[in-house]
Design a protein around this ligand. Sequence first.
Ligand code: PRP
Ligand code: MG
Length: 181
Amino acid sequence: TAHVESDLVNVLFTEEQIQGRLREMAAEIEADYAGGDLLMVGVLRGAVMVMADLARGLGRHVEMDWMAVSSYGSGTKSSGVVRILKDLDTDISGRHVLVVDEIIDTGLTLSWLISNLSSRNPASVEIATLLRKPEALAMPVEPKYVGWDIPNEFVVGYGLDYQERYRNLRDIGTLAPHVYS
Ligand code: PRP
Ligand code: MG
């Protein structure tokens, strides 16, 4: 196959833009947590790139842990079913937790995750997401840190996949129509 970048028809955010925005978000996070406890929880698998770059943008110590959830089971998004495939290895009771994901679409994943994590008595739980689709939002999710709001379009790259491909693109964009056919 050709270089994956050539399947993008429209680049929404370049590598430089993404890295620049993540540096700004990291500075906000650093100021808000002011050297206190911070446990970042990445949502596998899409959040891997954001987690890696956001965490490395912090000039302070941070713990990282991961969860994997299946948002839609074998059914569709609208089923609203969320299952834990991989739980945290960390006891978050009394901890300051920052959940990191790369996109909030319907909000199902993070609204479920936040209520699940909240029941474990953390000191705080906040959300950092690189992208959010306000028009697609169907569940109440209030991220404290948002990179950009985007239109309700299917985007890939920087962790976002189409059929498990394109996650390793450095840019974020929309796919050319030929990819789908
Ligand atoms: C994607 C994305 C978010 C979630 C957002 O993950 O990474 O985690 O969907 O959609 P929502 O707001 O409608 O729940 P997905 O469950 O596809 O798995 P992945 O991270 O492994 O790609
Ligand atoms: Mg995900």
